[in-house]
Design a binder for this molecule. Structure first.
Ligand code: PLP
Length: 402
């Protein structure tokens, strides 16, 4: 280990202390990022190589790893999942007046990326069992203006893709998978992110594998390959120039700067390298919640997540659905009193201030509204210790919906 690194490490552990003090009110945080492998060593390598811009060694290594493991034609590492979604909207030439169909039970970026280009979101309700887009309500929402269907594999458990693909193909509408939750999850033995013509990943701090802020665009339809590289490189053919395919690079299309610094890519590559360890740890945390809470949940009329038989989960999050809003709030307070932070999401987008402005017809998503009132996410992160989870479980088991 280098001198520089030995200077960095004590400083890192000091900020570790700071963080503990900040979150002193909670002995168990909701989420926490952690070093999983050779992050510091790779960052040091990136910095001392003198090449820390986008498209360098570690970015290429991340892209190659995703391409080989997932079997996608091309993976482009981006500054965020939000930006990868924006790239999708540009690749599809989304225009004012176009519509995209997605769910209201998602992160705002799933929709905002298309709204930025002038599209109107059409919200499809979710299934009460998986909280994914309800494939049986999809077709009724398609109009001549529908330009994309954007399913989210909620919590890393796949949407019913066969039926979604069948409907999309019949109307010739591209599918973009927002796979922020589902990296390395599978549907009928196929990796999520390999089914739509495009897919997006997030490496935000809250995701299984992270570099703080980062993302990826996965390209399955070869039709988008060339233009995706150009959009990512500020509308220039710089990627072709770096490969020696052209002798100068120039402005040829719209675009922006969606590439990530190699310092962050170095952090990301170290995590991607140990993806099996990370996924295995999350699977065992998930399964322990699931099995040890089963009887208590059943007794209290609390619903646990459902995994359809054709799905291998991505193990992104663990949730409970309480019988009522009041009981959900009571459980949050019960956990908070014990120093455990549990949270809920997503505020239905169609009920938000912006959502109400954008959607003319009153789009009814009763399942989404009901779930939002009753869902609770439990603390879930790679570095959670068995002891912490025992404490959370013991605290939960003392709660009764009575
Ligand atoms: C986290 C998340 C995003 C946004 O990811 P960023 O990398 O923070 O831009 C988009 N969609 C879903 C479903 C997410 O969970």
């Amino acid at each position: 280990m280098s001198d520089v690194l030995s200077h960095i490490i004590p400083r890192l552990s000091r900020s570790d202390q700071d963080q503990k003090i900040e979150s002193a009110n909670f002995s168990v945080p909701f989420n926490r990022s952690s070093l999983e492998g050779r992050e510091l060593e790779y960052i040091f390598q990136a910095i001392t190589s003198g090449q820390i811009s986008g498209g360098q060694t570690f970015s290429k290594r991340c892209e190659l790893l995703l391409e080989q493991v997932l079997g996608v034609k091309r993976a482009l590492i981006t500054t965020s999942c939000t930006h990868a979604l924006e790239m999708c909207a540009l690749l599809l030439n989304i225009q004012p007046g176009d519509e995209i169909i997605t769910t209201s039970f998602t992160f705002v970026s799933t929709v905002n990326a298309f709204v930025l280009r002038g599209a109107t979101p059409i919200f499809c309700d979710i299934r009460a069992d998986t909280l994914n887009i309800d494939e049986n309500k999809l077709e009724a929402l398609i109009t001549p203006n529908t330009k994309a269907i954007v399913p989210i594999h909620y919590s890393g458990i796949a949407c019913e893709m066969d039926q979604i693909v069948e409907v999309a193909n019949r109307y010739d509408i591209p599918i973009i998978e927002d796979n922020a939750h589902g990296l390395f999850g599978k549907y009928k033995k196929r990796y999520l992110g390999t089914i739509g013509c495009l897919a997006t990943q997030s490496f935000h701090e809250t995701k299984n594998i992270t570099c703080g802020e980062g993302g990826a665009l996965l390209i399955n339809d070869p039709h988008y390959l060339e233009r995706a590289e150009i959009i990512c490189e500020k509308g220039t053919d710089r990627s072709r120039f770096f490969r020696g395919q052209v002798d100068k690079y120039t402005w040829i299309d719209v675009g922006s700067s969606y590439v990530i610094s190699d310092v962050l890519a170095a952090f990301l590559f170290a995590q991607l390298e140990v993806r099996q360890k990370i996924q295995f740890r999350r699977q065992s945390l998930w399964e322990r919640y699931h099995f040890e809470l089963a009887e208590w949940a059943c007794f209290n009329n609390i619903r646990q997540p459902f995994i359809p038989p054709e799905c291998d989960p991505g193990w992104h999050l663990y949730y409970l659905i309480l019988p009522s809003l009041e009981q959900r709030q009571a459980l949050i307070s019960h956990l908070k009193a014990a120093g455990i932070l549990a949270v809920f999401h997503y505020h239905p987008l169609h009920l938000s201030e912006m959502g109400r402005k954008l959607t003319k017809q009153s789009q009814m998503c009763p399942v989404c509204e009901d779930i939002h009132d009753r869902i609770l996410r439990l603390p879930f992160y790679n570095s959670m210790t068995d002891g912490q989870q025992t404490y959370i479980l013991e605290t939960l088991l003392k709660f009764s919906c009575g």
